[in-house]
Design a protein around this ligand. Structure first.
Ligand code: FE
Ligand code: MN
Length: 297
């Protein structure tokens, strides 16, 4: 009863469970239920309207993160629904994907709520993934990696196709949600610790909790496919994955420099870059790969 390519699995028969990790992540997601409207934006509106609370650099950092996340969330949702779901044959893993898709809708809604309450120009925010090179490069990197899985004729039969599918999962779960989200999380949570833009900061904290479960599910899914398809995870494939993580780290560091070129609240851009390397090492460990950077947190 493999997690992909199981012709014998009845997709409607979830019991008995074969993958308790999928169920566990589902329950963890439900336990973290939240909606953005529960969080007051009153302080954020005051801070945003005031001309002395936020520096120009802090405003830039907030805008860059809203610009990146507003569209990254829907790219992720589209990947689950349009590329991944169809190929997963284990019903309990599909149940998790439905939960994750719902959470991505909540995240998308969070950025609608932020735009509305702060009175931001949606045509500016929602086109930043095209107009801001450091954002565009991150999205283009993941999209380029995953495109073949979006083809209506794509199948996961055969080792080459399983590797294509794994590239999609690494691209979205490990790189997008596991690396590309994390400099932004660190910046927004640093703002919150200074009591600035506290509503958005709290929303980012909820999103980060969700994303850590998405990442954990993605790693369990990758590891299960790897165990069930021996021969797919070759040394050459592992070297390729390492190369992708290295490229992702470079893009995320470029983004960190671009979002806060002069540092932020006592944290300089170099420290955000070190944090990205630390995070990347932890992601590699989840894939049973050696650390690449050895950078302390
Ligand atoms: Fe999300
Ligand atoms: Mn996610």
């Amino acid at each position: 009863m493999p997690v992909i390519n199981s012709a014998k699995t009845d997709p409607n028969k979830i019991l008995p469970l074969h993958y308790p990790w999928a169920r566990r992540h589902y329950k963890a997601g439900v336990a973290n239920n939240w909606v953005p409207e529960e969080i007051s934006m009153q302080k954020d509106v005051e801070h945003w309207k005031s001309d002395h609370v936020l520096t120009a650099d802090e405003r830039r950092m907030v805008l860059w993160n809203l610009g990146f996340f507003s569209t990254a969330e829907s790219l992720t949702a589209n990947n689950i629904v349009l590329a991944v779901y169809h190929h997963i044959t284990a019903p309990e893993a599909r149940q998790y994907l439905l939960r994750q898709a719902y959470e991505e809708a909540i995240h998308t809604d969070t950025f609608i709520y932020c735009c509305d309450t702060l009175g931001l120009d949606p045509d500016e925010i929602y086109t930043m993934y095209e107009t801001i090179p450091s954002i565009k490069e991150k999205d283009a990197f993941v999209v380029g990696l995953t495109q073949s899985v979006f083809s209506p004729t794509f199948s996961t039969e055969g080792d080459d196709n399983v590797r294509r599918f794994l590239r999609d999962l690494v691209g979205f779960y490990v790189i997008m949600e596991g690396i590309f989200f994390y400099a932004g999380f660190a910046m927004m949570l640093a703002m919150r610790r200074q009591n600035k833009m506290v509503g958005i900061g709290e929303q980012f904290e909820f999103i980060m909790r969700d994303e850590s479960i998405h990442l954990a599910f993605g790693c369990d899914l990758i590891q299960t496919i790897r165990a069930e398809n021996p021969g797919v995870w070759t040394a050459a494939f592992e070297a390729e994955i390492l190369g992708l993580v290295e490229q992702a780290v470079t893009l995320e560091q470029r983004y960190a420099w671009d979002a806060c070129p002069n540092g932020l609240l006592g944290i300089n851009a170099e420290q955000f870059c070190q944090y990205v390397e630390h995070i990347a090492d932890r992601r590699l460990e989840r894939l049973d790969m050696p650390k690449r950077y050895g950078t302390p947190n």
